[in-house]
Design a binder for this molecule. Structure first.
Ligand code: SF4
Length: 152
């Protein structure tokens, strides 16, 4: 979220190109920047279809195929149960157009084997899962997968 609090589908951060088709998070983390926009403890709202996301992504001036690090869902928790179906559809769309850049997902939602298996079946991308365990600790990467066993 930017100071102007305008929602952007795509924004370039220091670390990645952030794709944010959903805004609002059912969780209520007291430190979350989204609270300034009243976007915590709320139902996630979709602003674009997965197809639209991919169309906009591939024409973004800073998108470089195979190179640009992507992140999905920095204005929600994409692995919250309410967002999982959307995430799976988006990953399928990304795969369908041949985008194979690495993707980061940040979550504190429970990671079920079912969800991880679904991601594994769909995606050919390198996916990094970052698990927030405490507001006082750095974000911790708990999974690093490149077409191998994500749930091992
Ligand atoms: S899970 Fe993430 S997006 Fe949701 S309230 Fe907590 S820090 Fe914010």
């Amino acid at each position: 979220m930017f100071l102007d609090r305008q929602h952007r589908l795509l924004s370039y951060h220091d670390t990645w190109l952030s794709l944010d088709p959903i805004r609002g998070c059912p969780y209520r983390c007291s430190y979350c920047v989204l609270r300034h926009a009243g976007a915590t403890g709320t139902s996630p709202i979709q602003s674009a279809s997965p197809q639209k996301c991919v169309q906009e992504l591939v024409k973004h001036p800073f998108f470089v195929p195979t190179q640009t690090q992507l992140a999905i869902g920095n204005e929600t928790d994409m692995l919250h149960p309410r967002n999982c179906d959307y995430l799976l559809n988006l990953l399928a769309e990304i795969k369908a157009v041949g985008v194979n850049n690495s993707i980061s997902l940040i979550t504190k939602a429970p990671l079920s084997k079912e969800t991880l298996d679904s991601i594994r079946r769909i995606s050919g991308n390198q996916i990094r899962f970052f698990r927030k365990v405490s507001p006082f600790l750095p974000t911790v990467c708990i999974r690093h997968w490149y077409g191998r066993d994500i749930a091992a």
